[in-house]
Ligand binder design. Structure first.
Ligand SMILES: Nc1ncnc2c1ncn2[C@@H]1O[C@H](COP(=O)(O)OP(=O)(O)OP(=O)(O)O)[C@@H](O)[C@H]1O
Ligand SMILES: [Mg+2]
Length: 302
């Protein structure tokens, strides 16, 4: 566990209003606090993701639990005034020299294949926030190279505040999160085989390892016993579904990249009426005629 030594101010971005701290190891961290406006559960999600990320070898920044002590809070009264309590919080090591990843800088990245792992993780854990929020993928210049890092795992299970019921609804879901960078990557940057090394690592995560990860979540971040109990079973199910999830993602990867998307397989004629749309024969005829229209990705239902 890290120990906070110095407070350096608010980050100024993010719904959880994270703050900068320097820890006794000399490094700078972006810290999410227990009393953030979404509640301490987001720290539990961050912790879970960090540990799974280590098992899977994902391009997340280094992170750890950080202790903020009474002494620092006394030295910086604005922290106590903001409701920050002494105890354990979540720290992500600050990456300098970064820009947000978007369509204009995506192709600079040297580690595009790493995104297969991130995408697999995000689909196993329903982290829709990585694709819908354009500030959760960073591109960092390291020497001559630009490397993608994935940050912000506050919203696993589609929410900063999931419940047993909401978790259960997601257990078997293979919904594909397609917005922004994810869609661009699936469309023509990732290869089906990029997922292989990550699938192997997922397969190797034992039941005991999963129990250990969940057991390591600080109690004050996830105090509800039923929720703690529900997590290992959910994670096992998702681990065992990883290959299926990948196959689903492959529907969006072109055949030329080892996926199952035919280049012109999804031609939607936007002029068709809803009545025509409900008649599959008509639809097939439209497709075989190759009618002009927009090529859209397969919008998967759950
Ligand atoms: N490890 C890091 N290195 C550099 N910058 C970071 C790091 N972690 C977070 N940031 C910056 O802080 C911002 C907020 O962090 P983060 O996205 O984790 O918080 P959040 O409150 O969950 O945000 P959101 O509103 O996206 O849900 C990021 O968009 C990024 O600019
Ligand atoms: Mg964010």
């Amino acid at each position: 566990m890290l120990t906070a030594e110095e407070y350096l101010g608010q980050v100024g971005v993010g719904v959880t209003t994270p703050r900068f701290f320097r820890a006794t190891d000399g490094n700078l961290y972006v810290v999410k606090l227990q009393n953030n406006r979404l509640g301490p559960m987001v720290l539990a999600s961050e912790f879970l993701a960090a540990k799974m990320g280590e098992y899977m070898g994902l391009c997340f920044p280094a992170s750890d639990v950080i202790a903020i002590g009474e002494e620092l809070l006394e030295r910086r009264p604005e922290l106590a005034a903001a409701g920050i309590i002494p105890g354990r919080h979540f720290a992500s090591q600050y990456l300098d020299n970064v820009e947000y990843l978007g369509k204009d800088n995506l192709d600079k990245a040297v580690n595009m294949a790493d995104m297969a792992g991130v995408m697999l993780f995000d689909h196993m854990f329903h982290n829709a926030d990585r694709s819908s929020n354009k500030k959760n993928l960073l591109l960092r210049q390291e020497g001559e190279a630009f490397k993608i890092y994935a940050i912000d795992n506050s919203h696993l299970f589609r929410s900063g505040r999931w419940t047993i019921n909401s978790l259960e609804k997601l257990r078997r879901s293979k919904k594909v999160y397609y917005p922004r960078a994810f869609g661009l990557m699936l469309k023509d940057r990732l290869f089906a085989h990029d997922f292989r090394p990550f699938l192997e690592k997922v397969r190797e995560i034992s039941d005991e390892a999963i129990d250990g990860i969940v057991g390591g979540i600080p109690t004050e971040w996830l105090p509800d016993g039923e929720q703690r109990q529900a997590l290992p079973g959910f994670i096992r199910t998702r681990r065992d579904m990883a290959e299926e999830i990948w196959e689903h993602l492959c529907r969006h990867i072109p055949k030329a990249h080892g996926g199952r998307r035919r280049e012109y397989s999804r031609i939607i004629d936007l002029t068709r009426t809803s009545d025509e749309k409900s008649r599959p024969q008509e639809r097939r005829r439209h497709l075989s005629l190759g009618s002009a229209g927009r090529k859209l990705p397969d919008k998967d239902a759950d």
